[in-house]
Write a protein that binds this ligand. Sequence first.
Ligand code: 3PY
Ligand code: MG
Length: 256
Amino acid sequence: MPANPTFLDRLKNGSPALAAWCGLPDPAISALLAREAFDAIVLDLQHGAIDFTPAMNAVPLIAAAGKPAVVRISVGDFAAASRCLDAGASGVIAPMINTLEDARRFASFMKFPPLGERSWGPHGALTVSGLQGGDYFKAANGLSVAFAMVETREALGLVDDILAIPGIDGIFIGPSDLSIALSQGRHMDPTSREVEEALDHALSRARAAGKIAAVYAASGERAAELVRRGFHLVSIASDVSLIRTGAQMALKAARA
Ligand code: 3PY
Ligand code: MG
């Protein structure tokens, strides 16, 4: 690995990365989790209660802890992907990528020409990266990791073609939505047999394409299992569930 590895180098060549998953609206929460031993912090703008401005305020706080910030944008809000990068995010996760057109549009907002069509304005990113404009421009496409979410039957069917798009660095699998899709709306079970098979398939296709395979895990135990299977990046639980689990454990101990 290079002496100053980018987030992409780290994911490709380092040990599997574990990310915290944050949706609570105060940037202090993601800043606090960034000081724990997580390798990255995800800010969830799709389902989290955190809005765009506090999420962008969290990015430099996460960077100050030496950790990459990764933002999950809302469905189809590809223009927000460029703004997250402008603020200094190291990666963006785009949910519900169901067509090649979705994937191409997402990639185009993530990468500067000639790869994509990102426009210039990296105000926070210059501070976070410590680079001057011209140097940032040269490095930027390698500094911003584009994750296309695979969480529907359509995306699973197109996984090789999504992975083949030059500006897409990897896939991020959403096992809950995938379970709803694969069961045709019959259940939500992120560890169902069909989901497990789909996870193995998508993981092996990403590895064959030389791209990143990332996935959401509801618990530390599930994250350990997914790391063992070979995922490069696994996000764990959420800030909400970490608070609830901590509270339940403390109360259980106090009442024992
Ligand atoms: C899913 O499991 O569907 C996700 O999007 C992960 O949060
Ligand atoms: Mg989902």
